[in-house]
Design a binder for this molecule. Structure first.
Ligand SMILES: Cc1cc2nc3c(=O)[nH]c(=O)nc-3n(C[C@H](O)[C@H](O)[C@H](O)COP(=O)(O)OP(=O)(O)OC[C@H]3O[C@@H](n4cnc5c(N)ncnc54)[C@H](O)[C@@H]3O)c2cc1C
Length: 511
């Protein structure tokens, strides 16, 4: 067979994974990205001389990467230094209360008991059992499935899985469901926040999203060199297998010949021939026609509202003696106003929850006088419609600063040489057609998860990979979608003995 050339548009998590996998099987692969570094949202900014992780910070579901490494003949630990965190996350409330969740379930139980009393600790134990059974029920029929449909999922769930889903009430919102499982509103709030991991409101996300809590309780790791090191590791492994990476290279159009993908045209005016293209940008860019009219109708799935955007501050600052851990969440007493402001009114919340990743903490190293931090508040994905006014930004900044200062972390969030701010408008520039949405479409309503497109686009030779397609956003999920796209391509070429499902089930693709 003549050499089959693949161009991967986008060096985000999914693009890097699919390129690596295909090159490992001998295909000729070129990855192009409009940005100047690989990783996409998993980016690092140089702030005051320090490399600050400014995208995802929570590394979970390591089995996804164990399987990927296994499939290319190596081991995660041989390629990357990762360390399990003892404290999964530290939570602060305005009233001065504080709760750590631990990797050790018994330590979490004790912490919840001290925080909210023995009866609530028992409810926490029950909640953990429920989230585990929801995760177990959905992992095969949904998360690992290349192209799940409701009907097929129902069949695969079996009586036990169906009973599990019925017990949490899949038609209920996550917020409602948690209200039945906890009496302490702070625990309802803490576990509701997991909806934001896929950019959704706890009031509109289905109860089944509680499985994200299980994902975190299964373990959180820190990566030496930051999450961005994972992207660099995938690039190094890809390059060793012949992948060519062209950065600062934007795809302006996906070209078709007789209805089939034949290459990409770059904004420089050059073209690259391709027999197949994997598109790793947000599928909204295809739908909006940004990649040309030929691929505008290439995406299946229903259009859903955009997921959350964010304002982030990447910082290298003194933090004094604040008892932070690596992952810290600062909560308000009124949680619903945040999501009403964002999803109903399209404005910045007056009282945002603030997430702080203290990237030098959680390991064995001692923290110096200054440390690297990423602060994040949720924001509406309207970066393509308007910029926030200085007054809006100031109010959000002042409110976030006041919350942090009240909890003992007196940091300045004003942009400066040691603090770089990124807004939804900036994210929209980085990730076209998104308005700054960081997690594709929101998972609102119980059918939303089925609205995402799968890896196979409606144009021959075009494949989709990334957080906006199945199985959804987040680093491990995007990695899975990269494997699914590679598997679908190989399958269409008749190069695999195993089905695409093997790509996410630990199976090795073989010639
Ligand atoms: C601030 C922040 C915090 C987050 N926190 C977490 C977390 O803690 N845990 C977690 O699991 N996930 C988190 N996420 C989400 C996670 O980062 C994403 O879901 C995941 O990285 C998306 O990967 P992707 O494969 O979709 O590619 P993306 O990261 O979206 O990359 C797509 C790439 O395509 C390129 N591209 C697009 N169009 C073109 C074009 N026309 N030509 C050339 N290149 C193009 C872009 O430049 C980009 O590099 C976070 C995201 C952000 C931004």
């Amino acid at each position: 067979m003549a050499e089959h050339r693949v161009v991967v548009v986008g060096a985000g998590m999914a693009g890097l994974v699919s390129a690596l996998q295909l090159a490992h099987h001998g295909l000729s692969v070129t990855v192009i990205d409009k940005g100047g570094q690989v990783g996409g949202k998993m980016r690092q900014l140089l702030v005051d001389g320090a490399a600050v992780d400014s995208g995802p910070t929570v590394f979970t579901m390591r089995w996804v990467f164990d399987q990927l490494m296994d499939a290319i003949g190596t081991h995660l630990e041989a390629e990357l230094t990762i360390q399990p965190l003892k404290v999964l996350a530290r939570h602060f409330w305005e009233d001065g209360s504080q709760l750590d969740l631990h990797a050790d379930p018994h330590a979490s139980y004790q912490a919840v008991r001290e925080f909210a009393g023995p009866a609530e600790a028992e409810r926490f134990v029950q909640f953990c059992k429920t989230t585990m059974s929801v995760y177990d029920a959905l992992e095969g029929p949904f998360i690992r499935s290349p192209s799940p449909t409701m009907a097929q999922m129902m069949t695969q769930l079996g009586p036990r899985g169906l009973a599990t889903l019925a017990s949490v009430g899949p038609m209920r919102s996550l917020w409602q469901s948690l209200g039945r499982q906890f009496t302490d509103p702070r625990l309802q709030q803490l576990f509701a926040r997991y909806a934001t991991y896929c950019g959704s409101s706890p009031w509109e996300a289905p109860a089944t999203l509680m499985l994200i809590a299980q994902v975190e309780m299964d373990g959180v790791w820190s990566v030496k060199g930051g999450m961005h090191a994972l992207a660099q590791c995938l690039m190094r492994l890809g390059a060793a297998r012949g992948v060519q990476y062209l950065l600062n290279t934007e795809c302006e159009r996906i070209e078709l010949t007789q209805g089939r993908v034949s290459g990409v045209r770059l904004s420089s005016g050059d073209s690259l021939h391709a027999d197949s293209v994997i598109f790793n940008g947000d599928v909204a860019a295809l739908r909006q026609g940004l990649l040309g009219p030929g691929v505008k109708q290439a995406v299946t799935g229903r259009v859903q509202p955009r997921s959350l955007s964010a304002i982030t501050w990447s910082m290298h600052v003194p933090t004094a003696a604040m008892p932070l851990d690596r992952h810290n969440v600062f909560f308000r007493s009124n949680y619903s106003q945040e999501f009403e402001a964002i999803f109903q009114q399209g404005r910045l919340p007056a009282q945002p929850t603030v997430y702080v990743c203290a990237q030098d903490r959680g390991g064995t190293e001692t923290v110096g006088n200054t440390e690297r931090m990423l602060c994040l508040v949720n924001a509406p994905a309207i970066g393509d419609k308007r910029a926030f006014t200085p007054a809006e930004l100031e109010a959000c900044t002042a409110s976030s600063q006041a919350l942090l200062a009240g909890c003992g972390l007196p940091v300045q969030l004003e942009p400066s040489s040691s603090c770089v701010r990124t807004t939804p408008q900036d994210f929209h520039q980085l990730f076209p057609a998104t308005g700054g949405a960081l997690y594709g479409q929101a998972t609102h309503g119980w059918m939303a998860a089925f609205a995402r497109s799968n890896a196979q686009a409606q144009v021959p030779g075009l494949y989709l990979a990334g957080g906006s397609v199945h199985p959804g956003p987040g680093v491990p999920m995007a990695a899975m979608s990269g494997r699914l796209a590679a598997a679908a391509l190989m399958d269409n070429l008749g190069l695999t003995k195993l089905s695409p499902r093997a790509a996410t089930s630990g199976g090795t693709l073989t010639h």
